[in-house]
Design a protein around this ligand. Structure first.
Ligand SMILES: Nc1ncnc2c1ncn2[C@@H]1O[C@H](COP(=O)(O)OP(=O)(O)OP(=O)(O)O)[C@@H](O)[C@H]1O
Length: 697
């Protein structure tokens, strides 16, 4: 029986159609699938360049254009439009197989032919061809076919290429664009084409080409699923998975495995599919991450993916702290959990009592990052400990002083039955290790780059070492807290079981490139200690460049913000599709207040308060993690605010920590900027932040 696949680009068009037309498309697809002889519904088109394009009747007014490959029984719906528009579209198009990627691609052959014809008439003797330095062999290797090569050889500047954007096959356009921008063929291969095609490519075999791109063409499991896709267009990830996402999510691993990749490359999506896959296999699954806000959004997404309550009941979506708390609560009765400010007060008291020459933040971080991280329990252990990443050198006398302060802190917690999240985790890891039987069969960790070693130990102890035990999604370019870990040191060994995702589905190529440039000089390792870079992370969607604005005062900046938000609303963006990020909570609050004063509904998102429906959301850069918006304004990116002075260790006190702090602040700005799907505005008042590349906005 023939089946009809749906091309993603077509879905985007369909979302704009009226509801009754959408319903008729669904009915047509259903009818099509129920008929043994697919050809019964398809009509031949006249005056067509590509005979494999046929038409399907939706109703009196609308037609669909379907690709019918020469062999195979999967047809693909490429477009739905009014009768005349659909026919005009099909008449000019040709579908082909890209010989580098093996994917199906579509071009407006008519306009490319006309352009070549027009360029033939233009005398070019004195102008250098744009791709003079690139050989034919390189162009072919990068998947440029005869027609596009002929066109490319006539170009003398990049604007001529850009004029045909959307008309050339997308990958071939991106290849030429990269070369025109000065990238070498090798760089273009890595960045645009990606990994080599998995098998020998037959340029005539469209059926195989379609199968190779499940993230673009998908079979939908029935009319309900299709209708839901129209309702929730941003939930397309439930159906369209890239082959690498599919592999990461559904593969069986002999031990712990990880998925990495730049922002928006679908790591969370892979983690969600994996959670469902393992739960469907009967396992008890923990899906976890580091903040409650993130678990709320994971739980919501999971409910989009899986509706069967029985399967859902096998998946716990909890922060690591919640897991630890459950274990400890069940075992040791009531205790008081210290708030951050209460903990700092205890450290301050100890410093006063002992007349120490260290600040409370330094002592607390020494305790967290050296003592707890390395599970140090004796003064000798601390005297000989490596203090990697802590910078400031300490002599034996200072170490002895610090150790006594830490012992006093421990004592006070014990005497008063106080705990911090870290000590709860330490206890939970111990209890889980002592217990017979593990809490879970599989643990899946999202945003893993931000977990402290004590939390990793809880996770390690919650699942027995073995096949499919831990699945870790992370991007160390997005580390926004100070927690660094090498997985080996907490008993997690990946042994090369790692998948790197490269296609960004969230952000436009323009926003992504601008944001990635901010981290270009940073040296960043992954959780397994391997150097990683963002090169190769790309987006296939193009849009406006980020806008930059500097105001002379804070009120001028906020006034500009109000204007920008109003212009986005006027263009049809819904208020809840707009996010405002600031380095500090008070500035986010001021932004929400300025918008409200201008009669734009806005709320300030905090730890306990999600934004109201129908409101623009303003929050801190930290809280932006895990969110995404069509339009994002990152505000207050001034020299005095980003990096935040209070978060940077002075260079003269500790140079390595100073540069770690700067990197973390850059990553934070990077995270905020990469939450934008379509539009990004970055603004400041006074001097701009040194992190901003003002030339490239
Ligand atoms: N295969 C896909 N097809 C379409 N959209 C996708 C696909 N995979 C992911 N997306 C969409 O891309 C966006 C980013 O996905 P996701 O949050 O999983 O990325 P991420 O790598 O976890 O991002 P980050 O690291 O920035 O938090 C989401 O809107 C998601 O719906």
């Amino acid at each position: 029986m023939a089946r009809l696949g749906i091309h993603q680009d077509f879905l985007q068009d369909l979302i704009r159609l009226e509801r009754p037309v959408q319903q008729k498309v669904v009915d047509t697809i259903l009818k099509f699938e129920q008929t043994a002889h697919a050809g019964a519904h398809l009509e031949k088109l006249n005056n067509i360049r590509d005979e494999r394009l046929k038409s399907i009747r939706i109703d009196r007014k609308y037609r669909g254009i379907v690709l019918v490959p020469d062999k195979g029984d999967q047809l693909t719906l490429l477009r739905v439009d009014t009768h005349d528009e659909a026919y005009a579209w099909a008449q000019n198009r040709r579908v082909s197989v890209n010989v580098a990627t093996g994917h199906m691609e579509i071009r407006d052959e008519a306009i490319i032919d006309t352009t070549i014809e027009a360029l033939t008439q233009v005398p070019t003797e004195r102008v250098r061809p744009l791709f003079e330095h690139i050989s034919d062999a390189d162009l072919s290797r990068l998947g440029i076919d005869d027609q596009i090569r002929k066109f490319a050889r006539m170009l003398t500047d990049a604007a001529m290429l850009e004029a045909l954007e959307g008309r050339l096959p997308q990958i071939q356009y991106d290849v030429l664009f990269g070369l025109a921008a000065g990238m070498s063929p090798e760089e273009v291969w890595n960045d645009v084409v990606g990994s080599a095609a998995p098998e020998r490519i037959d340029p005539e075999d469209l059926a195989a080409a379609t199968r190779r791109m499940p993230d673009k063409v998908a079979l939908v499991r029935g009319p309900d699923e299709l209708m839901e896709l129209f309702d929730k267009p941003f939930a397309r990830w439930r159906v369209y998975l890239h082959p690498l996402q599919r592999e990461a999510a559904f593969r069986s691993y002999s031990g712990a495995a990880q998925v990495t990749g730049g922002p928006g490359t679908g790591k969370t999506v892979a983690a969600l599919h994996r959670a469902r896959h393992l739960a469907r296999g009967g396992g008890r699954v923990l899906l976890t991450t580091f903040t409650a806000t993130l678990t709320r959004s994971l739980a919501e997404s999971l409910r989009l993916l899986e509706t069967d309550d029985e399967i859902l009941s096998r998946i716990d979506v909890l922060t690591v702290d919640q897991v630890a708390r459950r274990v400890v609560d069940g075992d040791s009765g009531k205790f008081a959990l210290l708030r951050d400010d209460e903990e700092m007060e205890i450290w301050r008291r100890i410093i006063r009592r002992r007349d120490l020459d260290f600040g409370e933040t330094f002592l607390r971080e020494e305790w967290r990052q050296v003592v707890l991280s390395q599970q140090i329990t004796t003064s000798d252990g601390y005297l000989s400990a490596h203090r990697i990443g802590r910078g400031r050198r300490l002599g034996p006398l200072q170490r002895a002083q610090i150790w006594r302060a830490i012992a006093e802190f421990d004592q006070e917690l014990n005497d008063r039955n106080f705990r911090t999240f870290e000590t709860v985790c330490v206890e939970a890891a111990r209890l889980l290790t002592e217990r017979d039987g593990n809490a879970y069969d599989h643990v899946i960790v999202d945003e893993a780059q931000d977990l402290h070693p004590v939390r990793w130990r809880v996770l390690r102890a919650a699942v027995a070492e073995g096949p499919d035990d831990l699945f870790i999604a992370s991007d160390t370019h997005q580390r926004i807290y100070d927690n660094r870990v090498s997985l080996g040191s907490v008993g997690i060994h990946l042994a090369g079981r790692s998948t790197r995702l490269k296609i960004n589905y969230r952000t436009t190529a323009e926003i992504l490139a601008w944001s990635c440039a901010m981290l270009a000089a940073d040296k960043i390792d992954d959780l397994d200690g391997q150097r990683v870079s963002l090169s190769g992370c790309r987006s296939e969607v193009h849009g406006a460049r980020p806008e930059l604005f500097g105001g002379s005062t804070k009120s001028a900046e906020l006034a500009h913000l109000v204007e920008t938000v109003q212009s986005w609303l006027d263009a049809g963006v819904q208020p809840e599709e707009i996010g405002i990020a600031a380095r500090s909570g008070p500035l986010a609050q001021d932004a929400a207040a300025a918008l409200t004063r201008a009669n734009i509904p806005a709320s300030h998102l905090t730890r306990d308060k999600d934004g109201a429906e129908g409101h623009v959301r303003a929050t801190t850069m930290h809280r932006m993690k895990g969110l995404e918006f069509r339009c994002v304004a990152v505000i207050g990116v001034g020299g005095n605010q980003v990096p935040a002075a209070g978060s940077i260790t002075p260079v003269e006190q500790d140079a390595p920590t100073h540069s770690n702090d700067l990197q973390r602040e850059r990553c934070l700005l990077f995270v905020a900027c990469t939450r934008a799907r379509e539009r990004l505005q970055v603004s400041w008042h006074g001097e701009p932040s040194p992190f901003l590349n003002l030339a490239s906005g």
